[in-house]
Design a protein around this ligand. Structure first.
Ligand code: IPE
Ligand code: IPE
Ligand code: MG
Length: 225
């Protein structure tokens, strides 16, 4: 069966989920973190899925109120520390994409620690997009090639990106039909699924149903059947 090797998700709708229940927006982020765990574990049990890239914080999310940004930073730090044994148990390798140099030294250290401790894992790669934006990634890649005096080809450019694997299946929860600066290069031939459900309500059943639909799609990549 044709299973997506690389799944990418725009985990949107946490704030609305909380507000719908009369709770503070940040409660939605906490709930969303639980779903990250569930979906990662599901993917790690399906060896055909090689990589799961999750959009956790965009280069534009700094525009949010300071308290929400601070909460998200703390949640991420706590999440990574708490999940380390779960990553190891499930043979999941953790990677961050994005420009994490903008984060506090403490958070950068936690990210590096979890990357290092899971570096030997050879199951699923869970890649969290942190201070990530496609435009920023593309500009950083171009600068890298320029500095190293490497000829620009599609291959060299692809390799210079934070994330070099094409996305097969891109999902966005939360009801909006946009990419919000996520994996614009890598999603060139991705199958796109925009669903209404808010991220904290997303379940493994939803993912299974999307994968089933994905399997019915004829991917032509510009060729003919
Ligand atoms: C996505 O949920 C999580 C992050 C951007 C960190 P939102 O916080 O964007 O939730 P909504 O879209 O406002 O409901
Ligand atoms: C995209 O969601 C970013 C993440 C899920 C981390 P946003 O809520 O930031 O996107 P917009 O502002 O609705 O486009
Ligand atoms: Mg949103």
């Amino acid at each position: 069966m044709n299973i997506p090797r690389h799944i990418a998700i725009v985990m949107d709708g946490n704030g609305r989920w909380a507000q719908n229940q009369g709770k503070k927006r940040v409660k939605g982020h906490e709930e969303g973190a639980k779903v990250v765990k569930t979906i990662t574990t599901y993917c790690s049990n399906h060896p055909e899925i090689e990589r799961l890239t999750l959009y956790a914080f965009s280069t534009e999310n700094w525009k949010r109120p300071r308290l929400e940004v601070e909460f998200l930073m703390k949640l991420l730090d706590d999440y990574l520390k708490k999940e380390l044994p779960v990553y190891l148990e499930n043979n999941v390798k953790f990677e961050a994409i994005g420009d994490i140099s903008a984060f506090s030294k403490k958070l950068q250290k936690t990210i590096a620690m979890v990357e290092q401790k899971t570096a030997h894992c050879n199951g699923l790669v869970q890649s969290l997009a942190l201070n990530y934006g496609s435009r920023d990634e593309i500009v950083r890649a171009a600068k890298k090639l320029q500095q190293q005096n490497i000829e620009i080809t599609q291959e060299s450019f692809n390799d210079a990106l934070d994330a070099s694997m094409d996305v097969d299946l891109l999902i966005r929860t939360g009801g909006d039909f946009r990419l919000s600066n996520f994996l614009m290069w890598q999603a060139a031939y991705a199958e796109l699924f925009f669903i209404k459900k808010l991220w904290p309500d997303f379940s493994t059943n939803d993912l299974e149903s999307i994968i089933a639909q994905f399997q019915g799609i004829e991917r032509r990549f510009g060729g003919l059947k």
